[in-house]
Write a protein that binds this ligand. Structure first.
Ligand code: 5GP
Length: 403
């Protein structure tokens, strides 16, 4: 890992490392990783760029490389700084931003990025927004068509509206009579969905009953950003992909009491043609076998009786005696000043800033502890722990929890 020279383009003449030419108009930061690459992070072509751009300078060939950038990109801000965490990731801190939008991780060589490089055959980087505080793990619910997953999820969402949010999947199947675009699914053309999959916008996808279904990274992030715990209703293939991804989740499989009962429920629902019912029943056999035997799921619930199954679901989510209006605690927001400097000691990031007049104190410091972080691209980097601290001659005094 190279030095982490966080600097601004205005300082170009004095600080430009290794001859990397930075845009003199916009705020750009150059970070060396390994022995040949410099990542230049900042607004690129013009000052009005709506997202932070990334360019790579290959020092071994003296050439610029424009990478494929995956993930939702951060918007530019004043006073951006950056620091290499290791060979895999760069932490970007946006000044003049609140804590729910100031920490961003640019992954340059994580397992996910390496996989995408092989798949796309290009240089790849991936953004993952940092989330301060403990975010509850998302819940993946799978089970054969007609088993009652949808009813159980709806009950959970109705009973605990401030706690849970539904990840709205994309699908190429046609909407049913009562289904709304953007609420039950994002109904999509196959070619559009295939293009978005290629562009890395999906956490997982699978062909189910002849149609394409998938969870976009944005769908999960939209729920997390509202401070809610995300519920994903996906098939077993999708659950397997999520298990292999960096999204840590709880996996629950809902099983019918018998195959005959499942067939009865599917027919009673009346939403499919006979041909579609036959296809769903064939797939259900395989799903039930995989769900029960693969070790993929943390919990298996038999939906013999809806109310009993619902009570068991609540029990395993720790909701039995829970007030229905309980919210997941969201950390208090704080503001990252424009003027700050960043340094790293082991797993701690020290962010120094000049306090405002009103705060009546001298230099202050945030300490961001990275030792407990979870997740990463695709999706959020969670469990960032940040404290307000004052530097002293004997070390750092952490004075207040900001999360
Ligand atoms: P339906 O057409 O009945 O709404 O859903 C059919 C199946 O697709 C269900 O088993 C459901 O769990 C699954 N499914 C819905 N959304 C997704 C998704 O985003 N990804 C995957 N892999 N499966 C999904």
């Amino acid at each position: 890992m190279g030095e982490a020279p966080a600097f601004f383009a205005d300082d170009l003449q004095e600080h430009s490392p290794n001859g990397v030419l930075l845009n003199s108009k916009s705020c750009e930061t150059a970070i060396d990783i390994g022995c040949s690459k410099t990542y230049v992070i900042g607004a690129t072509e013009n000052e009005s760029a709506s997202t932070i751009g990334v360019r790579i300078f290959d020092r071994s060939t003296n050439e610029w490389v424009i990478p494929t950038v995956l993930g939702i990109k951060p918007k530019p801000s004043e006073g951006q700084s950056a620091i290499a965490l290791d060979e895999e990731r760069i932490l970007v801190i946006k000044g003049n931003s609140t804590s729910d939008d100031c920490f961003w991780f640019l992954e340059v060589d994580t397992a996910f990025v390496r996989e995408q490089k092989t798949r796309l055959g290009t240089e790849v980087v991936a953004w993952s927004k940092g989330v301060v505080g403990e975010a509850e793990k998302p819940i993946v619910i799978s089970g054969p068509s007609g088993v009652g997953k949808g009813t159980l999820i709806n009950k959970l969402m109705e009973d605990f509206p401030s706690m849970f949010g539904f990840s709205v999947s994309h699908t190429t199947r046609a909407p049913r009579n009562n289904e709304l675009n953007g609420v039950h699914y994002h109904f999509t053309e196959r070619c559009v969905m295939e293009r978005d999959i290629k562009e890395g916008k999906f956490l997982e996808f699978a062909a189910v009953h002849g149609n394409l279904y998938g969870t976009s990274i944005e769908a999960v992030e939209a729920v997390t950003d509202r401070g809610k715990r995300c519920i994903l209703d996906i098939d077993v293939q999708g659950a397997r992909s999520v298990r292999a991804s960096s999204l840590e989740a709880i996996f629950i499989f809902i099983c019918p009491p018998s195959f005959e009962e499942l067939e009865k429920r599917l027919r009673l629902r009346g939403t499919e043609t006979e041909e579609q019912i036959q296809k769903r029943l064939r797939n259900a056999k395989a799903e039930i076998e995989q769900g029960n035997s693969s070790g993929l799921f943390d919990h298996i619930l038999v939906n013999n009786n809806l109310q009993t199954c619902y009570e068991n679901l609540k029990k395993l989510l720790g909701l039995s005696d829970c007030d229905k209006n309980t919210k997941i605690s969201v950390p208090e927001l704080f503001h990252m000043p424009v003027e700050h400097t960043v340094s790293k000691i082991e797993q701690k990031i020290l962010i120094n800033y000049i306090a405002t007049e009103e705060e009546k104190s001298a230099t202050n410091m945030f300490v961001l502890d990275l030792s407990s972080i979870k997740g990463g691209a695709p999706g959020r980097t969670r469990s960032l722990n940040i404290r307000l601290a004052k530097p002293s001659t004997n070390g750092i005094i952490c004075s207040k929890m900001a999360s």
